[in-house]
Write a protein that binds this ligand. Structure first.
Ligand SMILES: [Zn+2]
Length: 244
């Protein structure tokens, strides 16, 4: 049986009218797209980064642009109401630190660590958008403080005598061992990573989410050296380094 051809349903405008119609459609699309980007700044490449906004298509690019630009990064923290104390540059050679601050928007133990600004921005975004939500959803209580194992350490990777310098050498990384919840429970990497229940689910989801806010994320899945902590650093653009 012969197939019937679908009839063309476009209105038959005179030539000048049809140009005008297409122009109006293009204008409507432009106005609509602009309104949508204003409503969704996390997808808008021209909107300044605010860490209180959800992750969007342009968040990673904006975070990456903060590397090496201390004033721009401080402006993002201030805009996002992330409190911090800026410190003077210090150190020499591979361990020279031009970018040093202590974030004060969240509690860490044994104390709030000294980090680079991009690490503080990553932590703020990850905690605000992912960790607290996951803790409430999976464990029924938000996180009260993070147990950290350190940020700055002037050394090469894995403490070797040669080879690449660690991101810890400039304080551009943080190691996290556990999350202490408001209800007093402690969710630790060493004890709970393999847990099939809510504790393990929380840790594994927090690891995967961290890859949107950090350049490199290493967990117990990566190797035995990370069995007891998450290593988060901003050596690369978010989600460009290892995420495992
Ligand atoms: Zn580390």
């Amino acid at each position: 049986m012969a197939q019937r051809k679908a009839k063309r349903s476009w209105p038959n405008f005179p030539k000048t009218d049809s140009k005008l119609v297409w122009l109006l459609i293009a204008l409507a699309l432009f106005v609509g797209a602009r309104a949508w980007l204003t409503e969704n700044p996390q997808h808008n490449p021209w909107a300044p980064l605010d860490l209180r906004d959800p992750h969007g298509m342009t968040t990673g690019v904006k975070l990456a642009a903060l590397r090496g630009d201390v004033p721009a990064c401080h402006a993002v923290l201030q805009r996002s109401e992330v409190e911090f104390t800026a410190l003077e540059p210090t150190g020499e050679g591979e361990c020279r630190r031009e970018d040093r601050l202590i974030p004060a928007n969240f509690a860490f133990s044994p104390g709030n660590p000294e980090t680079t600004c991009p690490v503080a921005a990553g932590l703020a975004l990850w905690m605000e958008q992912d960790v607290q939500r996951l803790a409430r959803e999976k464990l029924g209580s938000p996180v009260e403080r993070i147990e950290q194992l350190g940020t700055y350490s002037c050394r090469r990777m894995y403490g070797a005598t040669s080879g690449r310098w660690s991101e810890h050498a400039t304080g551009n990384a943080i190691d996290i061992a556990a999350f202490v919840l408001e209800d007093g429970r402690r969710i630790g990497l060493l004890q709970d990573w393999e847990d099939e229940g809510s504790r393990g689910q929380f840790l594994r989801a927090a690891r995967t989410a961290a890859c949107k806010s950090f350049g490199t994320v290493l967990s117990p899945d990566y190797n035995a050296a990370h069995a007891d902590h998450f290593h988060l650093d901003q050596g690369r653009a978010p989600a460009r380094g290892a995420c495992r």
